[in-house]
Design a protein around this ligand. Structure first.
Ligand code: 5AD
Ligand code: SF4
Length: 495
């Protein structure tokens, strides 16, 4: 029998990428192999995102393109999954009746069943409201061998007025700490050296859990400490946190855990107190900067990225000026900048004072220009430093691409397999990546622990910032580093 093939397109955030690994895992377990050609696919899956305004248009555009293929090949099965499904449910098959399966984010485990039923009975839909099986518990087909996403919670209990996430992903549900640990241990045994713990609001992990026989709830700090103990694992990242929930315990767990990478994503959203209030973000600008100062003091060299929305309803020039001011003072390493987009069903979409597109575009440009200059300045501070990178693969122009603990992308020449750790010296800086060279006299250093490596003083490294003998923290303090998803697309989970 000819091979059965699937084509999978993923939109949006890391949570969706994680779900897509599970979709691919389920299809692989059922004997499908991936393809990039819609014309030869028996199953085409769109894993959708609802954060961006034109996500709907994009989906229906894509579905429209598939229609003639489906007419030619009636056995093709078209699946729509993801957040847009939670939001639009039955409307998808009303608008595109040639879609065979509509599967919500909580119903992924049913995917194969739904496909089989579609075969026998026609179009299927499962948009349940509640997660029974965490997607992490499903088989996965991961893009890379050395890194894995691990979901620790789904949903969000906040109500930021711009955000669709609570509407589409529901209230927070945390995964028992034992399940998370068992998964991470299994991954580490299979050679995974870096995990990214995923949750819509990751640092409120555990608030909805109870520990049997105890009144105490496991908290995110406890989770970080436990994962830090997993043998074989070298790096831990997490996303996305809410500034309000960056409690001292989480900061301590980051500072103590030598595997927890020195990068935080700290979403500002706006630098104006008035706008923050309208967004229902619980902090104010000065408080935000205080927290940031405390984090930088506790974790020297930590790299900080953020999310900022431009043109929230009612944003005046003065409000926007406040955002620029905080951006200047915070000196973020990277910022993911978004033009405000009204999401139907959210409170902000009903607010008066929607800002005209031209004004938003002009402010957006100013913000990007300021942040690019700051990003470059932060990157320039890295030149001359010694850094450990984890090789991710081959990037543009055939150069190796790796990432520092602080999530900075480093390009260098040579042949190194994905998953290898290399010690490099930074030789040049750009706003979004660094150029590196293999540090003289330094071996790939696999196997050695961070502490051991840090205490080895490679010759030829003298005078290089990020001195030998210094601990990772000290090294990081002179050579700050950052998290995995250095992607600058405007799609990401709400935080
Ligand atoms: N418009 C623009 N940006 C948004 N984000 C979330 N919802 C919206 C919206 N309606 C941004 C926030 C969030 C990031 C993932 O996406 O900055 O942190
Ligand atoms: Fe929750 Fe983040 Fe959305 Fe706020 S922005 S509602 S914290 S997912």
């Amino acid at each position: 029998m000819a091979e059965r093939r699937y084509l999978l397109r993923t939109f949006g955030c890391q949570m969706n990428e994680h779900d897509s690994e599970r979709i691919a895992g389920l299809l692989t377990a059922d004997g499908y192999v991936p393809t990039e050609e819609a014309a030869e696919a028996q199953v085409v899956v769109f894993n959708t995102c609802a954060i961006r305004e034109n996500a709907d248009n994009r989906l229906y555009g894509n579905l429209g393109h598939l229609r003639p293929l489906k007419v030619r090949n009636p056995r093709m099965r078209i699946v729509v999954a993801g957040c847009l499904v939670q939001k639009d449910g039955p409307r998808i098959q009303e608008r595109a009746p040639w879609v065979d399966v509509v599967v919500g984010t909580h119903a992924l485990p049913e995917l194969l069943d739904l496909l089989r039923r579609a075969e026998a009975e026609g179009p299927q839909m499962d948009v349940r409201e509640y997660t029974e099986v965490f997607p992490s518990a499903l088989p996965a087909r991961r893009e890379v061998e050395h890194h894995a996403w691990v979901s620790v919670s789904v949903g969000c209990d906040n109500a930021c007025t711009f955000c669709i996430v609570p509407l589409v992903r529901g209230p927070q549900r945390s995964r028992p700490i034992g399940d998370v640990l068992a998964e991470v241990q299994g991954l580490a045994r299979r050679g995974v050296v870096e995990v990214t713990l995923l949750g819509q609001n990751v640092n409120t992990y555990g608030r909805d859990l109870t520990v049997p026989g105890s009144s105490r709830r496991p908290l995110f700090g406890d989770l970080l400490r436990s994962v830090n103990e997993v043998e074989g694992l070298r790096r831990i990242r997490f996303t996305s946190p809410h500034p309000h929930d960056f409690t001292p315990d989480v900061i301590d767990a980051m500072a103590e855990g030598e595997k927890v990478c020195e990068h935080i994503h700290f979403p500002l959203q706006s630098g104006s107190d008035r706008v923050l209030r309208a967004m229902r973000r619980s902090y104010r600008r000065e408080r935000y900067l205080e927290w940031l100062g405390a984090i930088r003091a506790a974790i020297p060299g930590v790299a900080v990225s953020t999310d900022i929305i431009v043109g929230f309803p009612g944003e005046t020039e003065e409000d926007f000026g406040d955002t620029l001011d905080v951006v200047e003072r915070a000196r973020f390493d990277q910022a993911y900048t978004f033009r405000y987009s009204p999401r139907p069903g959210t409170r902000a979409a009903q607010m008066p004072g929607q800002v005209p597109e031209g004004v938003v575009a002009e402010r957006f440009e100013r913000l990007v220009r300021l942040q690019e200059a700051i990003s470059l300045a932060r990157m320039l501070e890295q030149v001359g430093s010694a850094q450990e990178i984890l090789v991710e693969g081959t990037g543009r122009k055939g150069r190796i691409q790796g990432r520092t603990r602080t999530n900075r992308v480093v390009h260098l020449d040579g042949e190194h397999r994905p998953g290898a750790f290399l010690d490099v010296r930074i030789v040049a800086a750009h706003p979004h990546h660094l150029d590196g060279e293999l540090a003289a006299g330094v071996r790939g250093a696999q196997g050695a622990s961070e502490r051991e490596r840090a205490s080895v003083a490679p010759r030829g490294e003298r005078g290089v910032r990020g001195a030998q003998g210094a601990s990772e923290r000290e090294r990081a303090s002179v050579a700050p580093v950052t998290g995995r998803s250095g992607r600058r697309s405007a799609d990401a989970p709400g935080r």
